[in-house]
Design a protein around this ligand. Structure first.
Ligand SMILES: [Zn+2]
Length: 417
């Protein structure tokens, strides 16, 4: 595979800026060399890119998506610099075919999935399917989901999910107290704890879906490693902080979807949709879906409560792992673009420095999901990179000024000045 050298460039390594005038050499799909000063003469490479005025950063990782269509979504994500997506509920057959596809297609974002979550009869997310799909198709799909009835079934569920290709285990703590609609059954605390124990026994990370503060705390009491959403139903409490601290759990905020649920942040959505990169990568339909809002929250819900919770947890040293809950056709989201909006909300609303937001988008995620081959600029890691004009550690909006994207050393977009 070709070698590529990017020189005279600022390097953000996933934690901090390590050079204002460095160079990075990509070879055989990996980062083969990083120099903190660009030497003269330049190291030899087949492709040489002058990165003056630009920044190289690790490829972005969206830690919460649902790639229901697959190929077009992974292509769009990569165009926006998202080199890896972590899917948080999908059909095992679809997961297997997407995993096979991304192995050889470096023009698509890499893909990981939880496959099915630890679902129960009548529980979340069945109402989502019944509300959005043809009833017959929805019923057919739901029929194939796990229906855990007792803690003794947890081990078998985890094993079968691993066999089907699950990279981590997702739990559902959802009684529908926040979203409009009738209450639905929730797994018992004993069942949730048994699923977490079984997953940990097999070395897998566990995450829970929860949309209220009360259910978030219940999931944390079951021992989950992370939450797949931030709640928006009330201001964060000290009890919440204590529950996160007890397990050293992380949070995937999915603020873009919280804002869609409550119908807020319209101006931010419009600004992102108007960016020239969105013009290039999203069709009219995609842009209009991105600017729509779900408006499904109960009247007391405020995205401001989510901002307060993210801010409080970060101040208390908890890991914030950037993720959006983007799904095709989900109002308020678009693959790739939503991730940039999510980061801008961390900086604009939750008191993050741009560098902290970028760490949440790269190295923190890699560490929490055991993706040890990516998420940082380091020799020997995958050459999943982003080249942007300007300094995103100074202005987070620069993450959208993309002039180069590489996955596994292969350029999707390449250039600089
Ligand atoms: Zn989700």
């Amino acid at each position: 595979m070709a070698s590529t050298l990017i020189h005279s460039v600022r390097l953000f390594d996933g934690n901090s800026t390590i050079s204002q005038n460095g160079c990075i050499l990509l070879k055989n799909g990996l980062i083969s060399n990083i120099l903190l000063m660009t030497p003269s003469p330049l190291p030899a490479a087949e492709t040489v890119i002058d990165g003056t005025g630009h920044t190289v950063l690790p490829g972005l990782i969206d830690a919460h998506v649902h790639a229901h269509d697959g190929e077009p979504e992974l292509k769009q994500a990569l165009g926006f610099g998202v080199t890896t997506v972590l899917d948080m509920f999908n059909e095992p057959g679809h997961v297997q075919s997407l995993k096979a596809l991304v192995k050889n297609r470096l023009d698509l974002a890499d893909f990981r999935s939880s496959c099915h979550a630890a679902t129960i009869e009548g529980g979340w997310p069945a109402p989502v399917l019944l509300a959005t799909l043809d009833r017959e198709i929805a019923t057919e799909k739901i029929k194939a989901w796990p229906k855990l009835a007792s803690p003794s079934e947890a081990e078998a569920f985890v094993l079968s999910n691993i066999e089907k290709g699950a990279d981590y285990i997702k739990l559902m703590q959802e009684s529908r107290s926040v979203m409009l609609g009738e209450p639905i059954p929730v797994p018992s605390p004993e069942l949730q704890a048994a699923v977490v124990t079984a997953a940990h026994k097999h070395g897998l990370v566990t995450l829970a879906h929860a949309l209220s503060q009360r259910e978030t705390i219940l999931a944390l009491e079951a021992g989950v490693d992370g939450l797949a959403h931030c709640f928006c139903d009330e201001p964060p409490s000290q009890e919440l902080v204590a529950a996160y601290k007890r397990n050293n759990s992380f949070l995937i905020p999915t603020l873009v979807v919280a804002a869609s649920v409550t119908g807020e942040e319209n101006e931010s959505s419009e600004q992102h949709a108007e960016h020239h990169l969105s013009e290039k990568l999203l069709g009219e339909e995609g842009k209009s879906c991105f600017c729509k809002k779900l408006m499904m929250g109960r009247p007391a819900c405020r995205v401001e409560y989510s901002y307060q919770a993210v801010k409080l947890l970060k101040e208390n040293g908890m890991d914030i792992v950037a993720g959006t809950d983007t799904a095709t056709g989900l109002a308020g989201t678009a693959f790739g673009l939503s991730f940039h909006q999510e980061l801008s909300l961390y900086v604009g609303r939750c008191g993050f420095t741009p560098a902290e937001a970028l760490s949440s988008a790269t190295s923190v995620t890699a560490r929490r999901f055991n993706l040890h081959d990516r998420g940082r600029l380091a020799e020997g890691l995958k050459a999943d990179l982003l080249l942007v004009k300007g300094d995103p550690t100074d202005d987070i909006r620069c993450t959208m000024n993309i002039t180069g994207v590489w996955r596994g050393g292969q350029a999707l977009i390449r250039g600089a000045n």
